[in-house]
Design a protein around this ligand. Structure first.
Ligand code: ADP
Ligand code: MG
Length: 499
């Protein structure tokens, strides 16, 4: 480790030996900034649960010209991070600092005050690439997440497709089968009439990015003739565009975009309120579609619901195929868990999967994170996954998901939403207008609280647990067939969770 810039216990950087570090080596502050940004990106990419489980304890030991050393407190964590995130971390470092060749992940404790503070350093705003006028207009949240930044005209996201996100690894069920079929179709025959643009929308962690990468990967396998695919987040698009304006290279930027066969823009909602970037995207969009090229876009809501998007763009976005990814159902969550466990070669009892599918309903990313943790724990201690170990290993995750919403609150909120009397939650009335909302409330009580079926039944005018069971499956069924109803229930769930 000769010449390595070490973080001493005093929190001061030891000076490197003379000549061992090139002039371009960034200073401690810059490295801290880069590291903070990398952590931010990792957290955003893998989700909170996974990040907290595996990556949060990483500390930066130092940097030696082309090698970065990262420490983890145990061999197990080291191995896991090395094999699962090693490449990603290296890639992120290289984007921050092209001189970096390797990231060495080792066992050790980053005890230094500075190392710790580096980990907690708030992610800096990538203001250097944002003209003041745009910076002022951009909401703060948008600039603080360090989702992306532009260095040397290179972005860190464009073109990076995650090889795990294939069509094969995507589990298809009622809530996502339409979106899946559309994505497949576009990957098979890009630019076919009726499917251009393809607009995918749905909540966080439901598979939009996965499907877009799958399209890209599938198309990337074609060799004759090769297809030029470009994938990037809307935010990256914005930063690239702004960087191009600054560098007075907008023509190159336009040419580059217009030379692709398939352009995929993820999370379009980030363009809301960013008029210049939207305008540019609109022109690119038109030029590509007119030239018979395929566009794929994702967003968190449908084209008609994205407020702050210009009317012309909104209209054009809705012109092709619009496909939504609905909230997962219990059945889909079970299938996903089964598929992921099989892929990992792990034996996970049905009871455990049911438990997870009941308790972690928010999104697939969290569900996946919980399962990975269980499997890793089982491998580590060479013990099978059981219901008991699940409770133990996922204690904190489950607690976070125990929203501590009470049944009373659920009844009140649902009654308000459907304009019914609160008393009818417990009354014997069976008219559809009260029976359906009551079923919704029972369903939410099952999802959001840890009460048993009999306990829930009791709270609803002493009803039998089979009535609750029936309500749960009826609501599940309806959510699959009636998207308006599904949205209603989802909305209620979100409201209750966020209160
Ligand atoms: P979004 O872009 O909609 O927020 P992602 O595509 O990033 O969601 O999905 C989050 C995680 O969940 C990814 O790891 C993805 O592979 C996984 N995932 C989501 N839906 C499915 C599915 N139907 N089958 C398998 N994995 C899924
Ligand atoms: Mg996404």
């Amino acid at each position: 480790m000769a010449g390595m810039r070490l973080l001493g216990t005093s929190g001061i950087w030891h000076e490197p030996e003379e000549g061992s570090v090139s002039r371009s080596t960034p200073g401690p502050e810059q490295i801290a900034t880069q590291w903070a940004r990398i952590r931010g990106r990792l957290q955003q990419d893998v989700g909170d649960v996974e990040y907290r489980t595996w990556l949060k304890q990483m500390t930066l030991a130092g940097i030696d010209g082309e090698e970065v050393t990262v420490l983890l407190p145990s061999r197990f964590l080291r191995d896991w991070v090395r094999s699962h995130y090693g490449e990603k971390i290296t890639r992120l470092w290289q984007l921050e600092n092209p001189a970096i060749r390797r990231v060495d992940i080792r066992v050790g404790h980053g005890r230094t005050g500075l190392a710790e503070s580096l980990a907690e350093t708030p992610v800096p705003e990538p203001v250097s690439v944002i003209p003041p006028s745009v910076a002022a207009a951009a909401p703060a949240a948008d600039r603080s997440g360090a989702r992306t930044t532009v260095r040397n005209g290179q972005d860190e996201r464009g073109g990076l497709l995650d090889p795990r996100f294939t069509f094969d690894s995507f589990v298809v069920g009622k809530p996502n089968e339409f979106a899946y079929a559309c994505a497949r179709r576009v990957a098979e025959i890009p630019s076919s009439a009726g499917f251009n643009p393809l607009f995918l929308y749905g909540g966080v962690g439901l598979g939009k990015t996965h499907l877009m990468h799958a399209i890209g990967l599938e198309l990337g396998r074609r060799t004759a003739p090769p297809i030029n695919v470009m994938y990037m987040s809307a935010e990256t698009f914005m930063y690239k565009f702004i960087a191009a304006i600054r560098a007075q290279s907008t023509l190159e930027f336009k040419d580059q975009l217009r030379s692709v066969d398939v352009l995929m823009i993820d999370d379009l909602q980030f363009l809301v309120g960013k008029d210049n970037t939207q305008e540019e995207f609109f022109h690119t969009f038109n030029a590509l579609v007119d030239a018979g090229k395929q566009i794929v876009v994702s967003a968190d809501t449908s084209p008609s619901e994205i407020s702050g998007l210009g009317d012309r763009l909104r209209t054009r976005l809705g012109c092709g195929m619009v496909a939504d990814l609905h909230a997962t159902t219990f059945e889909l969550r079970i299938s996903i868990l089964e598929a992921k466990a099989t892929r990992a070669g792990a034996a996970v009892p049905a009871k455990v999967m049911e438990f997870l599918a009941h308790r972690i309903t928010s999104n697939v990313r969290e569900l996946e994170g919980a399962l990975n943790r269980l499997i890793a724990h089982a491998n580590l201690f060479n013990r099978p996954v059981t219901f008991e170990t699940t409770q133990e290993v996922l204690h904190d995750v489950l607690k976070a998901h125990d929203k501590r919403v009470t049944i009373d609150e659920i009844q009140k909120r649902v009654a308000e939403h459907y304009h019914m009397r609160l008393g009818d939650m417990t009354s014997a009335r069976r008219a559809r207008s009260v029976a359906r909302p009551r079923q919704v409330a029972m369903f939410l009580a099952k999802q959001l609280t840890s009460r048993s079926l009999p306990e829930i039944g009791k709270k609803f005018g002493n009803r039998d647990h089979t009535t609750v069971m029936h309500a749960v499956s009826r609501v599940n069924e309806l959510m699959e067939t009636d998207s308006q109803f599904a949205e209603d229930v989802e909305l209620l769930r979100k409201l209750l969770e966020s209160q």
